[in-house]
Design a protein around this ligand. Structure first.
Ligand SMILES: Cc1ncc(C[n+]2csc(CCOP(=O)(O)OP(=O)(O)O)c2C)c(N)n1
Ligand SMILES: [Mg+2]
Length: 732
């Protein structure tokens, strides 16, 4: 195998290929302004890019392929060098960025984008486009160059020139929602690969329902770093298990990471690793367009997910830095760039792409127009109900009436026959109505299905044999699960929800953070949300997790206090189209505090008075989840001492903080003593109770014991609350 020292020497592995590619454009004898037409080009390369849009009228893979056309041709190397030049120029101008990866992967990306990827540059939102995920987000200039060259309207040359500047659409790392054509936000290594697994799941699932309308591939470029991250193991294992054969990973197998040669830290045989996970894997010369095309061609009909390890030279073309970590993450410098231009035969000023090369690229951006038109036609001829259902789901619009009816039904059942139950059970009770009403909901659990209560009675499991199932057994893979859920939400047409224990939100956190950053509706059911889980002990008892999750911007953290709040919180999570949610739910039973018919979603305010004071309140008790019932009991104890108290349930801090100030003030009120109760740490509570407020909760880790003993031990009891209030009032 090619590794270590060998791989680092520029041109040492594939001197022939290197020389051939470097020679591209050497025959250009004069400078040509972009926009001007000209004919001076090397025609000696074996591989040419057609400048004629190929017929892409059908989705059949063979017909999607672009045919080399001898008439109007631009050499592959010239097209790839356009990427290299834009990447090094943009990084140089910004004096910041990562030129090595785009220069190394330019050949692979050129073949993919000009001959295989199904996309339409002027319609980045086409639902049946192939997804392209740049998991190695540090190579953002590769993606930006591709978007510019293929003609995404937003990605102008000016934007390339403003790489990494404030307000540009060429952010440091690719950001979903910020730059059209960017399918997911990447940068934290491994996430993109796991997102792609979710996208591939979404594709298969939707294809089972919308046959002929959803039928696309998911391509990923992943680096050594992506594959070293633990999340990649979870992702590839899940993909292999589900036989996601339309997922194709192009591994930038350059043997280099930031510290130097990969051999410093890694000796995994990636091919064997992927094969062991149920993938097909091969290794190719990532600078040989014919080999790249052949591998991609073969991948089209695979019955398993595909890994193509592309041996490349990082910083390809840079005279002294190619093959070295020094090309990874900083501007190459004027001298090195001058040398690279010579080596690559790219004799054009910074940021200039000659017209014929740009034209050939733009044609590539139009390659799938036929396929797009054919798809539009298929959509219009679809049964009208099915079509509107597809369009609704892709737009992320909820079936408002069905949702309202499902929520009303649950509430009416609870009003008619109030039930004491754990909020995880209440969540399942709500799901029994919500899941049938919202076909876009796809549930799951990381091997805690019976504990998380996320699978309703009628839900079928998704499997390689039947992708129509709406329940995913993610296995014990919380991180991969959370990132795959992001990918499903990004794909569109699906609202993913899944479950694990709240304490393991730490294992999901990087993906939850990205869902929040991207503004995607991903719903995490996290049960066993406090010491209330009891005997499993402090390893399983979250204490800091609510605070840690509340610290993530744009994430809604719900902690319902009973079955009615549980369904209200579910409704709010589903309606939050542009942000993820966590539902923190109990293992232990709770009384139903909300009784009677109440159509209003009180949780929508974030906080509301659940038990009013008799007369003027001296004490205001704010509590969440399982502690609300305890607070209500404390109110009774205080009343017996002649002290009037009110109780406010705070199911969602974030929604409460977003309420208008007057509404917030009204809820917080004027009581002398403001007391917060939550079986967790105090952090974050001062925003409600003030720094002089009293907090009853946890100051350290829990312990292993029956939960009632733990509540007693830690003083999270009606007596404990009453004593704390009395003490603050000076009446203890
Ligand atoms: C989770 C995570 N850890 C660390 C980093 C910082 N980082 C960026 S790229 C990189 C490794 C670079 O090696 P490789 O992935 O092989 O990329 P190449 O240098 O070949 O382009 C690291 C550690 C990161 N982006 N994400
Ligand atoms: Mg690398």
């Amino acid at each position: 195998m090619l590794r270590d020292g060998v791989v680092n020497a520029c041109g040492a592995i594939y001197p022939e290929v290197f020389e051939r590619l470097c020679m591209a454009g050497r025959h250009r004898s004069r400078h040509i302004d972009s926009g001007a037409s000209h004919a001076i080009h090397p025609h000696k390369q074996a591989i040419f890019m057609s400048a004629t849009a190929s017929s892409t009228a059908t989705a059949a893979p063979a017909e999607r392929r672009e045919q080399a056309s001898p008439s109007s041709t631009v050499a592959h190397s010239a097209m790839a060098n356009a990427i290299r030049a834009l990447a090094m120029d943009a990084v140089e101008q910004a004096k910041s960025g990562h030129p090595g990866m785009p220069m190394g992967m330019a050949d692979v990306a050129t073949v993919l984008f000009t001959r295989f990827l199904k996309f339409d540059a002027v319609d980045p939102a086409w639902p049946d486009r192939d997804r392209f995920v740049l998991s190695a987000g540090h190579g953002s200039m590769l993606l930006y160059a591709l978007l510019h060259l293929t003609g995404y309207p937003a990605m102008t040359l000016d934007e390339i020139k403003r790489f990494r500047q404030f307000g540009s659409c060429t952010a440091g790392h690719p950001e979903y929602g910020h730059t059209p054509g960017v399918e997911t936000t990447t940068g934290p290594l491994g996430q993109g690969l796991a997102n792609a697994v979710g996208m591939a799941i979404a594709e298969r699932h939707l294809a089972a329902e919308f046959s002929g309308i959803v039928d696309h591939k998911t391509y990923v470029i992943a680096s050594d770093g992506d594959l070293m991250e633990g999340i990649s193991q979870e992702a590839i294992a899940l993909a292999g298990h589900l036989k996601l054969n339309k997922l194709i990973v192009l591994f930038d197998d350059n043997g280099i990471s930031i510290d130097g040669a990969l051999s410093l830290a890694d000796s995994v045989d990636q091919l064997k690793r992927f094969e062991a996970a149920g993938w097909t894997a091969s290794r190719i010369d990532g600078h040989d367009p014919a080999a790249i095309a052949a591998a991609l061609e073969k991948a089209q009909t695979s019955d398993k997910p595909v890994l193509i390890a592309c041996k490349t030279i990082i910083g390809f073309g840079a005279p002294t830095k190619a093959g070295k970590a020094s090309s990874h993450g900083s501007a190459l410098g004027a001298e090195e760039i001058k040398g690279a231009r010579e080596k690559l035969g790219w004799n054009y000023p910074p940021f200039e792409v000659p017209a014929d090369i740009l034209t050939a690229w733009r044609k590539a951006g139009e390659r799938s127009k036929g396929a797009h038109a054919a798809w539009n036609k298929r959509l219009t001829t679809l049964d009208s109900n099915m079509r509107s259902e597809f369009e609704r789901r892709v737009a992320g619009k909820l079936p408002a009436q069905a949702l309202a009816a499902a929520v009303a039904k649950v509430k009416q059942q609870l009003a008619a026959a109030p039930k004491d139950m754990a909020t995880r059970v209440a969540s399942e009770f709500a799901l029994e109505s919500l899941v049938p009403a919202l076909p876009e909901m796809v549930g799951g659990s990381a091997d805690l299905t019976g504990s998380n209560n996320t699978r309703t009675k009628t839900m079928k499991a998704m499997s390689a044999a039947d992708y129509s199932g709406r329940f995913i057994h993610y296995g014990v893979r919380e991180h991969g699960m959370a990132a795959a859920m992001n990918g499903m939400a990004l794909h569109g047409g699906i609202i993913p929800y899944s479950g694990t224990f709240l304490v393991f939100s730490d294992y999901c956190r990087p993906a939850i953070r990205l869902a929040a950053l991207m503004g995607k509706r991903v719903i995490h059911v996290m049960t066993h949300d406090s010491i209330g889980l009891g005997e499993d002990g402090p390893t399983h008892q979250p204490v800091e997790h609510l605070a840690a999750l509340r610290a993530i911007p744009n994430l809604l953290v719900f902690r319902p206090c009973d079955a009615v709040e549980a369904v209200e919180c579910w409704q709010l999570a589903l309606e939050a189209q542009n942000r993820p949610s966590v539902l923190a739910l109990t293992r232990q039973n709770l009384p139903q505090l909300r009784q009677g018919d109440d159509a209003q979603n009180r949780c929508a305010a974030g906080a509301y008075e659940i038990a009013a004071a008799e007369g003027k309140a001296e004490v205001a008790i704010f509590a969440t989840g399982s502690e609300v019932a305890i607070a209500v009991e404390a109110k009774v104890l205080l009343a017996a001492r002649g002290i009037s108290a009110r109780v406010v349930s705070v199911p969602c801090f974030e929604l409460f903080m977003e309420a208008p100030e007057a509404a917030r003030r009204a809820i917080i009120g004027e009581a002398k003593v403001k007391l917060g109760v939550e079986a967790a740490v105090r952090q974050g509570w001062d925003a409600i109770i003030g720094s002089d407020g009293v907090f009853v909760g946890m100051t350290g880790f829990g312990a292993s014991a029956p939960y009632k003993d733990l509540y007693k031990h830690f003083g999270v009891t009606p007596e404990g609350i009453a004593a704390a209030a009395l003490s603050k009032l000076g009446k203890s």
